[in-house]
Design a protein around this ligand. Structure first.
Ligand code: NDP
Length: 495
């Protein structure tokens, strides 16, 4: 929750972040204007030049120092995450643990992934030495959401920094304090420059960042805002990385460990009150095991309590979306086996599980972002995949099966960026795996080698070592030269 902005006597605007559990003010932050954002980008450009000059080894040492600061201040940051999002303290700690692991991985793998290397020059380039290097972009603008206010932007921030960039970070208006605190932890480790400039405010501040001339915008948020960000960036051909929402499916095959699958479905769907981009929103269970699976889901979900096992809706208006989806699923013949319309009381939403929901219900087609799971029966795993692939989103998915080869082939047939087999959201905690989606879930990747390269531009250098006897790229070329060249091509590629 945020308050409405306040204008001070000197004309500066501020806004408060509020604790969604109590409505109490957590902190007050500036509403940064377009001029403020441009000034922040200017400062970051100077910091980026210094940071790039440190090279991979210098950056690695400092990023590993940052990691230690984050470990040392873990509870302080976790408490602020809890205050601004309402999530339980241990969930905030877990988010930080995952983020710290990413800082470590990015720091340790940047040189190997991005450092200059010689590549084969090929037949036509036999007289050349070919080198490839990945140069930083300069300043990367990071626009983040509120649901995982450290883990999510860290997927861009840590990898952009490790690649040699500075960052201007616009946190969500709901979690500005977490953004500012994150930058202060980096300042502890790297006091020489502000490598992460934080600009706070509302959508206009994020829009100003898109127009501020940064080397790339890394956006994480809703698909609707992602389209606006892309349109704004198109004006200046600023490249974008777009990480948007999802409608992730969990598939339960007949051979699956049903207890494990039910546990994953309930945790994946209800943790953080369902406010997880890669949370489980749909389950497709094979008919022959559906009754037993649903019974286990019901037993587990009934034991959960909003306010204890997960927090409230961080953004109050999200309750209306959950209510609309629950009402639509029930009106179209879905059967509530846990909770129902009464489960939504203001920002407190208790677990809801609805079975046998028509596939064109908004509860199946739209991102709910609340503690609602739809469970639908399917004749076999192939039909489960068909339905899982039937939405415009394509972020993550889970498959539960007793056969590892089926797990691999089901994963391969899913149209999405990430799959967990016999687990849920497992890929997010593996730093070497790229994270991102397809379709309405966006494009580009954070994490892993792809995530490091995302914040660079490849530079190709061909250095001539000696002059070719056949000058094909010169006006000295004769018909005889071309005959020799064609002869070579026939010998190499024509047989
Ligand atoms: P929003 O799209 O509402 O906002 C995301 C960020 O964009 C916020 O910082 C917001 O600022 C900013 N913003 C708003 N308008 C503009 C604009 N015109 N130009 C530039 N920036 C703008 O998303 P939420 O914060 O509500 O986050 C929830 C969404 O994020 C869900 O759809 C979720 O699935 C998705 N998400 C995706 C993840 C992924 O990795 N794929 C991970 C986590 C979440 P402000 O808050 O001030 O309006």
């Amino acid at each position: 929750m945020t308050s409405t902005p306040v204008v001070s006597a000197v004309g500066a605007q501020t806004f408060d972040s509020l604790d969604p559990r109590s409505g109490e003010v957590v902190g007050s932050h500036p509403v940064h204007s377009e001029a403020d954002v441009r000034a922040a980008v200017g400062r970051a450009e100077a910091a980026a030049r210094w940071w790039r000059g440190l090279g991979f080894a210098g950056r690695r040492t400092r990023l590993l120092d940052w990691k230690k600061v984050l470990v040392g201040r873990l509870d302080e940051v976790a408490r602020l995450i809890t205050a601004e999002t309402g999530k339980p303290l241990d969930d905030a700690r877990l988010e930080l643990v995952l983020a710290i692991d990413h800082v470590d991985w990015a720091a340790k793998h940047a040189a190997k992934t991005l450092g200059g290397r010689t590549v084969p020059a090929g037949m036509l380039g036999a007289n050349q030495s070919a080198t490839l290097r990945y140069a930083p972009l300069g300043v990367v603008g990071v626009i983040g959401p509120w649901n995982y206010p450290v883990f999510t932007p860290m997927g861009s921030i840590a990898y952009a920094l490790a690649a040699g960039n500075a960052v201007v970070f616009k946190p969500s208006e709901l979690t500005p304090g977490v953004g500012a605190l994150l930058a202060s932890t980096l300042r502890d480790a790297v006091p020489e420059r502000d490598l992460v400039e934080v600009v706070t405010g509302f959508g206009e501040t994020g829009a100003a960042l898109c127009r501020a001339g940064v080397g790339k915008i890394a956006f994480t948020g809703s698909t609707a805002t992602g389209k606006r960000v892309m349109a704004a960036c198109a004006e200046t051909l600023t490249p974008v990385l777009i990480e948007c929402g999802g409608k992730d499916a969990l598939i339960v095959d007949a051979s699956a460990d049903l207890e494990a699958a039910a546990d994953a479905a309930v945790w994946g769907g209800m943790a953080n009150a369902g406010q997880t981009c890669v949370g489980v929103e749909r389950v497709y269970v094979v008919e022959s095991v559906a009754e037993e699976f649903i019974a286990q889901v019901v037993a587990k979900a009934r034991g959960l309590k909003a306010g204890t096992d997960f927090g409230p809706m961080t953004m109050a208006s999200q309750s209306d979306v959950v209510r609309r989806h629950v009402a639509d699923a029930l009106a179209r013949g879905g059967h509530a086996v846990v909770g129902g319309e009464d489960s939504i009381r203001g920002t407190t939403v208790e677990p809801v599980v609805i079975v046998d929901v028509p596939e064109d219900s908004s509860a199946v087609t739209e991102e709910t972002f609340g503690p609602l799971i739809v469970v639908n029966r399917v004749p076999d795993a192939a039909e489960a995949v068909r339905r899982a692939n039937a939405t415009g989103y394509g972020l993550g998915a889970s498959v539960f099966t007793g056969s590892s080869s089926d797990g691999e082939s089901l994963a391969e047939s899913l149209r999405c960026g990430m799959v967990s087999v016999n687990g849920v959201i497992s890929f997010a905690g593996i730093p070497s795996l790229p994270f991102g989606g397809v379709g309405d879930s966006g494009f580009g990747r954070i994490h892993g080698e792809d995530g490091l390269r995302e914040f660079t531009r490849p530079q190709a250098v061909a250095r001539q070592r000696f002059t070719l006897p056949v000058p094909v790229t010169s006006f000295r070329r004769t018909a005889k030269h071309m005959q020799t060249m064609i002869g070579l091509v026939k010998a190499r590629h024509g047989r």
